[in-house]
Design a protein around this ligand. Structure first.
Ligand SMILES: *[C@@H]1O[C@H](CO)[C@@H](O)[C@H](O)[C@H]1NC(C)=O
Ligand SMILES: *[C@@H]1O[C@H](CO)[C@@H](O)[C@H](O)[C@H]1NC(C)=O
Ligand SMILES: *[C@@H]1O[C@H](CO)[C@@H](O)[C@H](O)[C@H]1NC(C)=O
Ligand SMILES: *[C@@H]1O[C@H](CO)[C@@H](O)[C@H](O)[C@H]1NC(C)=O
Ligand SMILES: *[C@@H]1O[C@H](CO)[C@@H](O)[C@H](O)[C@H]1NC(C)=O
Ligand SMILES: *[C@@H]1O[C@H](CO)[C@@H](O)[C@H](O)[C@H]1NC(C)=O
Ligand SMILES: *[C@@H]1O[C@H](CO)[C@@H](O)[C@H](O)[C@H]1NC(C)=O
Ligand SMILES: *[C@@H]1O[C@H](CO)[C@@H](O)[C@H](O)[C@H]1NC(C)=O
Ligand SMILES: *[C@@H]1O[C@H](CO)[C@@H](O)[C@H](O)[C@H]1NC(C)=O
Ligand SMILES: *[C@@H]1O[C@H](CO)[C@@H](O)[C@H](O)[C@H]1NC(C)=O
Ligand SMILES: *[C@@H]1O[C@H](CO)[C@@H](O)[C@H](O)[C@H]1NC(C)=O
Length: 524
């Protein structure tokens, strides 16, 4: 077994490691750690993969049978690896529903043994990963009491959480589990601060269930204060020129977790690639405001590409090659911040396009959260408590991209055209979709006055807006305006009061655009 080191929670994890060792030693028939009673497996058209370990006997055969109380429905013969102790099976495509029993039976010279997974459903499986804003539990958010009380109304949304484990080598299976597959109830979703279960993951799954009305399986694998390098494979990092172990991490609460390259990919993601999933949601980036920030426009798209490729291959091509990948654009930490690191990461989260999907990030969706700041959060202002809005915005993106409801709008307005009227010192910003003006202010739009080869940013007055345009006046440098930016500030507006939304109340994403080689930029 590969070497796994564990930090918190060390004590609860030790028995798991010992148990894993014991299992390995006697190699009895069993399933991989992340299969269990109450789980949700991926429904059709994909085929769910189940794998596990068998007795060392080379001639053992393993069969996998899906049944309900009345009858056996499907019987499969698993593929067994001659030299290793691994078996795996691709189940027939299964329609949404359940409950089923899945019996795994091994026949070998010593006789027959079996393992049964009970109360298994087929539905959609989503993986939720990232740092502490993904870890924040349902007990830590606004309206926690009511959200927890209502949890048991959703018995077909099933939850599972991987334990915090680091490994310098890729692991075949999880070395620790925080929460086995469970039916939701208050004690499980509100286990404690930053433990389990993720509020964003839970609410996202719950909203999907309310819409789709079939089982949803949620797998959380996240760790607070971790930079993207920890969640990236060696190959993904090499694609961005990061061949050595990551360095230069300023000591900061933003990097309170592990920071070594690939250490969480190896232990907390790689083992999961052998199951079939429907998609991923991701809430990470704060730690990279102090580490390899300028590379995030490469490291993030590279992580997405790499996860897609590996999950596709690992599941014998059952997880879609370009599965939907949703993420949360950074929220806020400080009202008055001396630098623009949050703005840069937000921009880099879109591979510098400002919106998604785009040609570097196909089939992705984004929840913009610049307007959800929470200065008084008891968990620190880096941990805003309105996770309902975060999850709801992700859910809209999933509908549009993962559930083919193409008409669902999940992103606020983005400029289509910028026209600078030099003579009259005004700028007309035109949007493709209808805009909703919340708040005219004189600071959220800024123009770049070009002088001495650099940009000096100056605020401009928002003077009026129609359904598709915003007029900016008092442009102080009409002849040398070469750039325009919006909400380029760590904390651009008060709660839900940014200047621009769309008619579905989704905030306009921040942007920075320059005139150079930009066909959307005109001067009159
Ligand atoms: C496996 O089965 C074959 C054919 O029945 C037999 O020749 C062989 O000895 C068996 N191997 C083991 C390890 O039992
Ligand atoms: C079998 O029946 C029991 C009792 O009626 C029920 O709780 C369980 O969900 C059923 N299992 C399956 C696989 O249908
Ligand atoms: C599976 O194991 C249980 C308990 O050991 C046993 O009662 C049952 O008959 C077994 N089923 C089969 C098909 O071998
Ligand atoms: C909790 O459930 C009740 C009853 O279904 C519903 O009225 C209420 O809106 C729910 N609250 C939340 C926060 O989902
Ligand atoms: C998860 O389930 C396995 C198998 O039943 C058990 O051995 C393990 O202790 C459980 N882990 C936790 C954290 O509950
Ligand atoms: C990423 O952004 C940096 C500036 O932060 C820029 O120098 C670099 O060219 C960008 N890389 C890519 C791949 O867009
Ligand atoms: C998991 O997927 C990887 C990558 O495709 C593969 O090398 C490995 O054998 C798979 N493991 C199992 C248990 O199927
Ligand atoms: C909390 O509940 C109140 C009353 O139902 C509701 O108005 C508010 O929007 C909820 N807050 C969040 C963040 O969902
Ligand atoms: C720009 O300002 C001039 C003078 O005030 C005005 O005539 C023109 O209509 C303005 N442009 C827009 C798009 O409002
Ligand atoms: C913005 O500036 C204009 C003109 O300078 C002024 O009339 C208006 O009151 C200002 N608005 C705000 C919200 O500060
Ligand atoms: C700016 O452009 C206007 C209109 O083209 C022109 O009249 C004016 O002289 C220019 N000012 C400067 C400082 O170049």
């Amino acid at each position: 077994m590969a070497k796994a080191s564990s930090r918190a929670p060390l004590l609860p994890l030790l028995p798991v490691l010992l148990l894993a060792w014991a299992w390995e030693a006697d190699a009895a028939l069993r399933v991989a750690s992340y299969y269990g009673d109450h789980m949700v497996l991926q429904k059709e058209p994909s085929r769910a993969v189940i794998w596990g370990y068998k007795d060392a006997d080379a001639n053992a055969t393993v069969t996998v049978t899906i049944s309900n109380n009345q009858s056996t429905l499907k019987k499969h013969t698993a593929e067994v690896e001659e030299k290793s102790k691994i078996w795996r099976v691709l189940l027939s495509p299964m329609a949404q529903g359940g409950p089923y029993n899945i019996e795994i039976q091994q026949a070998y010279k010593k006789g027959i043994s079996n393992v049964t997974l009970k109360d298994v459903y087929f539905g959609d499986v989503w993986l939720c990963s990232g740092q502490s804003n993904m870890e924040m539990t349902v007990s830590q958010i606004f309206n926690a009491t009511e959200e927890l009380k209502n949890a048991s109304d959703f018995p077909l949304v099933r939850v599972f959480a991987a334990a915090h484990v680091e490994s310098v080598e890729e692991l075949q299976d999880l070395a620790g589990i925080q929460l086995n597959w469970s039916i939701p109830k208050a004690e499980i979703l509100g286990h404690g601060d930053f433990s389990y279960f993720s509020a964003v993951c839970w609410l996202f799954g719950r909203y999907l269930f309310e819409k789709l009305n079939y089982p949803i399986g949620l797998i959380e694998s996240s760790w607070g204060g971790t930079p993207i390098e920890t969640w990236s494979s060696k190959k993904a990092l090499q694609d961005c020129g990061l061949s050595k172990r990551s360095e230069n991490a300023r000591s900061s609460e933003l990097i309170s977790g592990p920071k070594e390259s690939s250490i969480l990919w190896n232990a907390m993601i790689r083992p999961l690639v052998n199951m079939t999933i429907h998609g991923v949601i991701w809430y990470q980036g704060e730690a990279n405001t102090v580490m390899n920030m300028d590379l995030y426009n490469c490291t993030f798209p590279a992580l997405i590409d790499d996860w897609r490729k590996t999950f596709h291959e690992g599941s014998q091509r059952q997880t879609q090659r370009y599965f939907p990948f949703g993420f949360v654009q950074l929220c806020t930490e400080h009202q008055l911040h001396p630098d623009d690191t949050f703005s840069v990461i937000r921009w880099h989260q879109t591979a510098d396009f400002g919106f998604v999907p785009n040609k570097k990030m196909p089939n992705t969706f984004m929840a913009v959260t610049i307007d959800l700041g929470d200065e008084n959060s008891p968990y620190g202002s880096i941990h805003p408590r309105d996770k309902q809005s975060v999850a709801y915005r992700l859910y809209l993106g999933a509908l549009a991209l993962a559930y083919a409801e193409k008409s669902t709008v999940f992103q606020g307005p983005y400029p289509q055209n910028i026209q600078v009227d030099v003579l009259h010192k005004n700028i007309t910003v035109t949007y493709e979709e209808s805009i909703l003006l919340r708040n005219l202010d004189n600071k959220t739009f800024e123009v770049c006055c070009f002088s001495m080869e650099t940009c000096k940013w100056n605020p401009v007055t928002m003077s009026s807006a129609s359904s598709h345009t915003v007029i900016l006046r008092n442009v102080i440098c009409p002849n040398t305006t070469v750039g325009l930016r919006y909400a380029w500030n760590e904390w651009p507006c008060q709660y839900r009061l940014c200047p621009l939304y769309n008619t579905q109340e989704l905030p306009a994403p921040p942007f920075v655009l320059f005139s150079l080689n930009n066909p959307e930029w005109t001067v009159v």
